[in-house]
Ligand binder design. Structure first.
Ligand SMILES: *Cc1c(COP(=O)(O)O)cnc(C)c1O
Length: 363
């Protein structure tokens, strides 16, 4: 992963914005945040965007906004970044994991309904690796069972399902601007998107100590704000996001063409309703560890997202989800490999990665 090509394009605009931001003597909840919120709401095609401190907070605040309380059940993908689970369990809700569809690695929408009970409050799909979940089916399930949808859109800024942006389907949606995300800040950042005026009002207070006006709390809020400097940088990067996502798709297409039917590789092929944004390009192979070592020896950096599934992490020992209890999720952890992909990566760099992979499987 290299940010250099992206940073080269925006270098002058960003340094100028940072200089202005430094000199204006207003660092929190100011005009730059308002501008970014307006820009990102328009980009996502929702009425409201509220900047917050990071993606985890965006999820936590979303759960509060939906009144999720101890004992309520929240349906989450078993295969996701652990932050999704941490936000849910921290608010006292019961985690109800659903196994992935092995080919898309996204929550298996056919297996959601069997997990729904009278206590199900929220369905929390994650558009993992930049691939949109089947929101048509998820919306159907949620409305049949009066559950609320909260999207975790941290990996999918700009993706579309049926021509509609992810982050616009749920009652409230969370995203992260961690530096390596498709839209990344120069530090921590996050946001909430929603069409509801009421939810937007709640979040606006909740992220700022619950203040209804300065020093007067309406609710028991927290401090989680997106600062002015980050907002000004994000506004600049947002202008490039569609182009950068387009480049990611072109690079991904090149991988797909070259790696089709190489060895036992399973490729991340998008559904026809989906416009993915390839936050990561994740393949699967039963020879993952050997392939990774071979690519290392060719000076090609790959990563594993993620080596240990949430249910096997120490904080979740009490859930009694032993090894073997979520076999499809565990299998992905053993077989997945993220190949290098970033905007500005060259086609000859992709070729070099593919050459090495082909050589590995023909040995
Ligand atoms: C990055 C990420 C988060 C958390 O975002 P932070 O800004 O790091 O707190 C949550 N969910 C998913 C799927 C993520 O990729």
């Amino acid at each position: 992963m290299s940010l250099a090509p992206q940073h080269a394009i925006i270098h002058n605009n960003v340094t100028e914005a940072l200089k202005k931001g430094f000199e204006k003597n207003w660092y929190i909840l100011g005009e730059d945040l308002k501008t970014f919120e307006t820009d990102y709401a328009r980009f996502t095609n929702v009425r409201h965007c509220l900047g917050v401190g990071n993606g985890y907070d965006a999820l936590s605040i979303s759960l509060q906004a939906c009144n999720v309380r101890a004992g309520d059940e929240v349906i989450v993908p078993a295969h996701t970044y652990v932050a999704t689970w941490l936000a849910v369990s921290k608010c006292g809700a019961v985690i109800v994991p659903v196994e992935p569809d092995p080919s898309s690695m996204l929550i298996n929408v056919e297996r959601i309904e069997e997990k729904i009970t009278a206590k199900t409050k929220v369905i929390l799909p994650v558009h993992l690796y930049g691939h949109p979940c089947d929101m048509t089916k998820i919306q159907g399930i949620a409305s049949r069972h009066s559950a609320t949808i909260i999207e975790d859109n941290a990996q999918a800024h700009g993706a579309k399902w049926n021509e509609r942006r992810t982050g616009s389907f749920g009652a409230i949606n969370a995203t992260s601007f961690y530096p390596t995300k498709n839209l990344g800040a120069l530090g921590d950042g996050g946001a909430i998107t929603t069409d509801s005026d009421e939810i937007a009002d709640f979040v606006r207070q909740y992220r700022n100590y619950g203040f209804e006006r300065k020093n007067y709390c309406e609710v028991e809020g927290i401090n989680s704000r997106l600062d002015e400097l980050q907002a000004s940088v994000l506004s600049i990067k947002l202008k490039c996001l569609d182009q950068w996502n387009h480049e990611r798709r072109e690079l991904a297409d090149q991988y797909i063409k070259r790696l089709y039917s190489v060895g036992d590789i399973q490729l991340p092929l998008p559904r026809k309703e989906a416009l993915p944004v390839y936050h990561l390009f994740v393949i699967r192979s039963t020879k993952r560890d050997m392939l990774k070592a071979y690519l290392d020896s060719c000076q090609i950096d790959t990563m594993v997202h993620y080596p240990l599934p949430p249910h096997l992490q120490k904080p979740y020992a009490s859930l009694n989800l032993q090894r073997g209890s979520l076999p499809l999720t565990e299998d992905i952890a053993h077989t997945c490999l993220s190949l290098p992909l970033w905007p500005g990566m060259t086609t000859s760099q992709i070729d070099r990665v593919c050459d090495c992979i082909v050589r590995f499987f023909s040995r």
